[in-house]
Ligand binder design. Structure first.
Ligand code: NI
Length: 186
């Protein structure tokens, strides 16, 4: 069962998410629904704020982009309370998209070498050095947990150029072929 994806303009995408505890109710079922939602909308990552929950939960399945980015092959991750440590100061610029920003893609500069610490949905601890496009996906998704979107990383000029597209998402004029929830009317 998939859930609607909350779109740009909805306040839930701008809040800082809270830590998940082992008492969290029906966590595995929620993770399953998040994967379903991500596959339905053909994304490679989804963070809980995108389904309207301000909890520190991220799902990733980067395998669909493995042809371009071999480090993504077979990488399916459930990240609860993820923490990123930047290992390399040099940024790389690549195009990003987001299910909450349909119809947009922009160049974003990010480091592509990080150390990631997280627990899985059994609350087992993990730590791994991650590189390349997978590190980018992880940073993009973890940004969501801080109320940040990739467009926060682009230049004021680019932001000005996409202003109308952003307005169309907020007002519901953008065509989206997966279930979505628009920002509440002001
Ligand atoms: Ni996103």
């Amino acid at each position: 069962m998939s859930l609607p994806v909350y779109l740009y303009g909805h306040p839930v995408l701008r809040r800082i998410s809270t830590q998940v505890t082992p008492e969290y109710k029906d966590l595995k079922e929620l993770v399953r629904k998040m994967f379903d939602t991500m596959y339905e909308s053909e994304g490679v990552g989804l963070a809980a704020p995108q389904i309207g929950l301000n909890d520190r939960i991220v799902v990733i399945d980067a395998d669909p982009v493995a042809e371009s980015f071999p480090e993504c092959a077979g990488r399916k991750l459930t990240l609860i309370n993820p923490e990123i440590e930047i290992l390399d100061g040099d940024g790389v610029t690549r195009t990003e998209e987001c299910l909450s920003l349909p119809g947009l893609s922009e160049n974003v500069n990010r480091v592509e070498h990080i150390r990631l610490r997280w627990v899985d949905d059994d609350f087992q601890q993990h730590e791994e050095e991650i590189s390349g496009f997978l590190a980018r996906i992880v940073q993009h998704e973890c940004d969501h947990l801080e109320g940040k979107l990739y467009i926060d990383h682009i230049s004021p000029i680019r932001k000005q150029l996409i202003k109308n597209k952003l307005r169309n998402i907020v007002s519901g004029k953008t065509r989206v072929d997966y279930p979505v929830r628009y920002a509440p009317k002001k």
